[in-house]
Write a protein that binds this ligand. Sequence first.
Ligand code: SF4
Length: 641
Amino acid sequence: MATNYGAYTGKVLKIDLTKREHSEYPLSDKDRKLFLGGKILAARILNDFITKPIDPLGEENVLVVSTGPLTGTGCPSSSRFNVSAVSPLTGLLTSSNCGGGFGLALKRAGYDALIITGKSNELLQIDITDSAITYKNADHLKNMLTGEVQQAIGGRSSKLVIGPAGENLVKYACAISDDRAAGRGGIGAVMGSKKIKAITAFGAQVQAPFNKEKLNIIKKKWTMMLKKHPLTGEQLPKLGTAALLSAMQQKSLLATKNFSAGKFDGYRSISGEALAEKYLIKNRGCLTCPIQCARVVEVDGKQVKGPEVEVMGLLGANILNDNLQDIIKWNYELDELGMDTISTAGTIAFAMELNEKGMWKSGLTFGKTDNISETIKKIAFREGEIGDAMADGSKALMKKFGGEEFCMQVKGMELAAYEPRGAVGQGLGYSVGNRGGCHINAGYVVVIEGLGLTINPYTTAGKAQLSIMFQNLMEAVSAGGNCLFTTYAFFPPFLFRKPNSVISRLVNAVLPFTGPFIGIANKLPGILKVNIPFMLPHTVAIKAATGIKMNMGELMKIGARGFNLERMINNRLGVTRADDKLPARLTEVNQIEGNNKSKVPQEKLRKQYYKARGWNSEGGLNKFTKRYYGLDKLDNISERK
Ligand code: SF4
């Protein structure tokens, strides 16, 4: 009897660009069950290929685009897809989540995932449909901006494209689908190194969910739940992620002047409220999303996507700029040139401080904004000494010109806008994240340390366990195909509606002390054989969509398996304890003068984290951890095909 894949297509497409051949990549039912989809499935696939350190811009790098089982089911916020590869910025595994239409189109073309190996000799457009794979010369698209390429290709397909930055191998170049970015880690440069200007996907295949009736009921309830929740039903639609900026200021979490402070005097003019009052035309969002957190603003008479909170902070407070109109314009320029907003902004701030300290004459100065647009363009085209040097990111600059203690990156990836001396759990997350200084891979613990809940941001109690729990949850939800904002509804609404009530204050006070219990559940998630649909509807939706047995424990175990698998691959690529390290500015210098608690106690937190993760003192997985997640058999296996 044929396998019923439910919402999966059951097929993975592998394209070998060097040979211009394509084939179906074998993926077993067991793989789908253990690795689900998205970034975790991508890590499972990459594990077959990445057996030793490689040149990320060489032929041996492998690009994996993957969807989740819920992609295409119409579940709320389920159109997200993932792109993974070895990052040119960090030399380690990177995965980037994107809300454009390409993932859904890939599934409609009949594939759960796409693997691209090898390298082309000419600039290419690859067309994927449910009946053919076509390779087209793309010289006529050379140097086109990301919007222009998509328009030039036209038609009904969805596209994943790069801009000039990707073609010029800027190490933090991104890929764009519609106006959404697969932003972090240099996915665009990997595409550029393979000479892929664009991939298009189109098809009409619709997968029948395992239990359609049940899934339809879940979808309705889930949508209502998101619409009623104060974060996903009110705050995000009204202000977008920018809503967080004012709270970041109040809690000293707004990275200011290259993370030398957590508050910025001019924050009001770059806040979410200012964006909503002066510039917002309307809100919108990714396909099938009831939250609609994206902003639509105007640049040069054109309606374009507005900035997220991270870029508002990093191109605002962090470079001492209080002009929101400029940030909106730069954000648009970066998307069009195809460059990660966070890494570009972090590299600019570092170059400003190098200049201020007389270590490198970059011509960039805190508070001076008239040369930012020009610098962004120079980076995208690697123009001149400044553009070329900055195109390799802040760690490369640091190696040339010094400034290690104020080079605000981890493992080569620039930090997001959350100043972690005001939220030490976030600091821990930044330091141990698999892709580097990323807020999402950190578990986004800052949300419970002051940007939603208010558990003590300076205590180390419970932070390792809470970080792990949120990292695992994010991995799993992303693997299912959902937007991470759907996890906000995990927290009961009253905690946000009545933050000062006795119960809310009690929850905030008690949470850090639940660490030992959370630790047991993290280590042995398989014991949580429950479903709590009003908190985590993802489990019941995945079960109805695929027929795979799913409960909270299974889902969290998949998340933990994914995080550990990425770590295992990164260990193979050279990561040790020495790489799980924040810049000294955050661990040696107090944010508040005289307050020793206002810095990240890295050593203590890292030790607790390794123990709670089941890692050894050097940051590798111990035998029990590998065996428990079924990763022992995957360590250092060679390519299947
Ligand atoms: S919440 Fe925002 S980012 Fe997430 S799917 Fe919806 S619109 Fe996209």
